[in-house]
Design a protein around this ligand. Structure first.
Ligand SMILES: Nc1ncnc2c1ncn2[C@@H]1O[C@H](COP(=O)(O)OP(=O)(O)OP(=O)(O)O)[C@@H](O)[C@H]1O
Length: 904
């Protein structure tokens, strides 16, 4: 039996456009603007080979605007890594591949095969990850991006999401355009209205699914009063049910590598998706949402997501249009594929081999390429095996060389055949698949003028209708026009339409009534449903619980207005919600707080054991005090920033993720962070400092004790802010910890205890450091008014101009003082009254001093390396307060800059 022919060409392209929702939507919803052609089209690119002329071509993806309800179109997206990222092996293979392509370009120029559109001719570009990918994600439809591991799905999704990680010039170079509703998109607004879920889950380990969703609901679902609160609770409940998380709603998320067992990997994944979708964004781009799920849970969650995002919402006052849902999938089962509307297939090397309706994929591969799936093999599984058989363009040259010829034969023809007689295409095999360059074949197909594999015409005679019918029943002919030859029998023609959509039958009857050759015209199920304003969902793939949950969610929107992916809450609500989460984090993360407390208390107990009750007699009385105070400063300087660094390690990813999605603002985040973190830090330091004060037996007196605590707490806050800065500016603990060690060493070295004669080129370090002022304050606070009894002669070695004396006396006076005291001690006078009047301020004739000892004002024995030559303890406390406030402002400013440059 002769095979019927599927005609493909301009007429088909027109037909496709006629039925292409993108085209209609574009003209209906968005004004068409003219823009210049792509400035960065890769060499060898030929725009004519792709769709209709690009009216909106634009390469600068940073200046596009958000248009809810429009299709997300991407045209000729090519992406290259920077050359620095490529290993020498990759550079070599790339050079070889360029050479090969340039020779094949010249040899194939007459064969009708289009040269590879995105080949890297640009010498300064590195490895190419995507090659001129074009397609569209339509509102109300679910687009699946499929391909083998490493094919570039994640990269493409990130580009579509406007992810800074891929769009920044340092990350790679990009060519092509992404349009929303036919217009340029404004990236910041687009990101706020889009849920982009990456492969790695970014969740706070100390939260539960219910709390995580409630947090998101509080920020994203605006509205006040009991009704809005109830609506938010309903939204959370609906999401928990829809994403199959009810059973673990109150289980901590946990973190495997911290040894805190919590949600399973699949549950974490579902929670990450649920959190992203709770704001009911107009656009959701989900990277492998079904990874780690069993097949039935995957179907349930996908079905729910689809209802939530792609169904139009007429219940809310805003009358939300259907959203766009794009997911990447690895190897979906048959039930899951029943939910897919459109498909974009990527072969290794980021080469597109199909972009169009899911239901037309099989006819395309069968009819055009002569490849057929083996019996009892799922379409997705088979397609992926075809792609795997293709191999990477860099790793093998055999397939590409043979493929050119094979695809050349098929691309040369404007007709492609499909054996519908048996209901299967002629036997395809993996060997055949390897021999066909699917990417070249797809390019050739596109070059013939079709905008997408959305519709095909079938020309057949009456006898072949049975085969066409079989294919139709298989679901292969989801969108098809059947032109029955004039000698065909009416009955057969109508038999094909039996039980099929009414539109198909009507069309057939119209044609028949007109006396012309009968034409049966059917549209994809999804297309018809969209036309009717309802949403298709497979009965098997839409469990009632899921539908109920979606309905529940939709009902809540009447009271609480979804704000897309971005935050709808006011500043103070954001601060409150964030502070509550922060508190919970501290509370549930005892390891973090306990490790910091352990550091402080270990330091205190160690110092207490080294200097139990500091003596007031002997030379050690002065030196031990100085050393103990210096070590306390060291403990403060090391402990506080360590905790800040560790907490940033968790928070950085979360902050970045949540800020990028616009969940809250930066200022509320910082206000809540400082409002919770700093008091906690202060409380810990105050507790540890009090214990130290008692253990060391420092100078008694409420004022001294208060000043000691104030200086310690302020020093810890400054140190904590330094940790915050390091955590913010440096990429991770690997860089931040060494930086902390180096910084602490420098600050301590020039604080006044270690380096006595500070070289002039290091003087600034001591002068600008809060550590210097803390140490000076602590020493002054302790020694001022303290009576120390020193052995005769010893004082001469320790007596130097210190503290206030350093400012008050010049070198000459100091020498005179020293000489006078030495003379005094040398005479071994037993009477303090004999001391010279110039020493009156330094010597204290207190009761109890012994023969051979001298009682001195403690400040007089402070070594001269106390660098601060001015001010009282109170002034130093005030100065440190300034340091703490200033460093907090610096943290805020740096965070703002960082977020502006790197996170948004
Ligand atoms: N920064 C990078 N440096 C080097 N190679 C990269 C980089 N980013 C991506 N690649 C490479 O680009 C290719 C595509 O990566 P991508 O993550 O997009 O693949 P994928 O299709 O999502 O894979 P999977 O299904 O395994 O997640 C891979 O070969 C990957 O190794």
């Amino acid at each position: 039996m002769p095979a019927p022919q599927l005609t493909q060409g301009q007429q088909l392209a027109d037909d496709c456009r006629q039925h292409n929702p993108a085209t209609r939507q574009e003209s209906r919803q968005c004004e068409i603007v003219s823009l210049p052609q792509l400035p960065l089209q890769p060499a060898g690119h030929s725009p004519a080979r792709h769709h209709a002329p690009h009216r909106h071509d634009k390469c600068d993806l940073h200046q596009e605007s958000f248009c809810e309800g429009g299709a997300l179109e991407f045209r000729d997206i090519s992406y290259w890594l920077p050359p620095s990222r490529a290993s020498w092996r990759e550079r070599l293979s790339q050079a070889r591949s360029i050479a090969q392509h340039s020779s094949s370009d010249s040899s194939s120029s007459g064969s009708g095969i289009a040269p590879d559109a995105g080949q890297p001719r640009h010498k300064r570009r590195g490895k190419q990850l995507l090659v001129a990918i074009s397609g569209a994600a339509q509102p109300g439809r679910l687009l699946a991006v499929m391909g083998p591991s490493g094919a570039g799905k994640t990269t493409l999704l990130s580009i579509l999401a406007g992810d800074r990680d891929v769009l920044s010039p340092s990350a790679g170079s990009l060519a092509g355009s992404v349009l929303l509703g036919g217009r340029q998109r404004q990236l910041a607004a687009f990101r706020r209205g889009t849920a982009h879920v990456k492969q790695d889950d970014v969740l706070l380990p100390t939260t539960t699914p219910r709390e995580a969703l409630a947090f998101t609901a509080a920020l994203r679902l605006a509205g006040r009063g009991p009704a809005a609160r109830a609506a938010r609770a309903a939204a959370v409940q609906g999401m928990l049910a829809g994403m199959a998380l009810t059973h673990c709603a109150d289980t901590l998320v946990g973190e495997a590598h911290d040894g805190v067992k919590g949600l399973s990997g699949g549950e974490r994944r579902r929670l990450a998706v649920a959190v992203a979708l709770l704001g009911r964004p107009g656009m959701a781009l989900l990277d492998e949402p079904s990874s780690g799920q069993d097949s039935s849970t995957a179907v349930q969650m996908l079905s729910y997501m689809k209802q939530l995002i792609t169904a139009p919402d007429s219940s809310s006052s805003s009358r939300r249009p259907p959203g766009v849902l794009v997911i990447t999938l690895h190897q979906p089962g048959m039930e899951l594929t029943a939910l897919l509307d459109d498909l974009l297939l990527l072969a290794p090397g980021g080469r597109c081999v199909y972009a169009g309706r899911w239901g037309v994929a099989l006819p395309y591969f069968e009819g055009r390429l002569g490849l057929a799936p083996p019996p009892h093999t799922g379409l997705a599984e088979w397609l992926l095996s075809l792609l795997t058989a293709q191999g990477h363009p860099d790793s093998s040259s055999s397939s590409s060389s043979s493929s050119s010829s094979s695809s050349g034969s098929s691309s040369g023809s404007s007709h492609w055949s499909l054996d519908v007689g048996s209901g299967h295409a002629s036997a395809g095999s993996h060997q055949q698949a390897a021999a066909v360059d699917l990417h070249a074949a797809w390019q050739a197909f596109m070059a013939q003028g079709s905008s997408a594999a959305g519709e095909v015409d079938v020309h057949c005679d009456a006898r072949q209708l049975a085969g066409a019918k079989a294919l139709h029943k298989q679901g292969s002919l989801t969108v098809i026009s059947v032109v029955v030859d004039s000698d065909s029998e009416e009955g057969d023609a109508l038999a094909l339409s039996e039980g099929e959509p009414a539109q198909m039958q009507e069309s057939s009857e119209e044609q028949l009534a007109g006396g012309a050759a009968p034409v049966l015209r059917a549209h994809s199920q999804a297309h018809d449903d969209r036309q009717g304003g309802s949403h298709r969902s497979s009965p098997t793939a839409s469990p009632p619980a899921t539908a109920d949950a979606a309905r529940q969610w939709q009902q809540c929107s009447a009271a609480a207005v979804p704000a897309g992916s971005g935050s709808g809450a006011c500043f103070w609500v954001q601060v409150r919600v964030l502070a509550l989460r922060s508190l919970r984090w501290w509370w549930r993360n005892p390891a973090m707080i306990l490790s910091e407390a352990a550091q402080y208390f270990f330091g205190v107990l160690f110092l207490g054991s080294c200097y139990p009750r500091l003596p007031a007699h002997g030379q050690a009385a002065a030196m031990d005090r100085l050393a103990a105070l210096f070590m306390w400063v060291t403990v403060l300087l090391v402990t506080a920033p360590s905790r800040a660094l560790l907490s940033w390690d968790t928070e950085r990813r979360l902050l970045r993720h949540e800020l990028a999605g616009g969940a809250y603002g930066l200022t509320p985040f910082l206000v809540s962070k400082l409002a919770i973190g700093l008091p906690l830090e202060a409380a810990l330091v105050a507790a540890a400092g009090s214990l130290l004060y008692v253990l060391l037996g420092l100078q008694a007196g409420a004022a001294q004790f208060g000043s000691f605590l104030a200086l310690s707490v302020l020093c810890a806050l400054c140190a904590s802010n330094c940790g915050n800065l390091l955590g913010l500016v440096l990429p991770g603990l690997n860089a931040a910890l060494p930086a902390l060690c180096v910084g602490a060493t420098l600050l301590l070295a020039f604080a006044g205890f270690i380096v006595q004669a500070v070289p002039v080129w290091w003087a600034w370090m001591g002068d600008a450091s809060f550590v210097t002022y803390t140490y000076a304050g602590l020493v002054r606070n302790e020694f001022e008014g303290l009576a120390l009894t020193l052995p005769a002669g010893a004082a001469t070695t320790t007596l130097m101009a210190g503290g206030a004396a350093a400012a008050a006396v010049d070198a000459h006076t100091r020498d005179a003082l020293q000489t006078a005291l030495a003379g005094l001690l040398g005479t071994n006078s037993s009477s303090s009254s004999s001391s010279s009047s110039s020493l009156a301020g330094l010597l204290n004739a207190s009761a109890g001093w012994q023969q051979g000892e001298v009682v001195v004002d403690g400040l007089a024995v402070v070594p001269g390396t106390i660098r601060v030559a001015f001010g009282s303890v109170t002034q130093l406390v005030a100065l440190l307060l300034g340091f703490a406030l200033g460093s907090s402002c610096l943290v805020v400013a740096c965070t703002a800059l960082l977020v502006r440059w790197k996170y948004r």
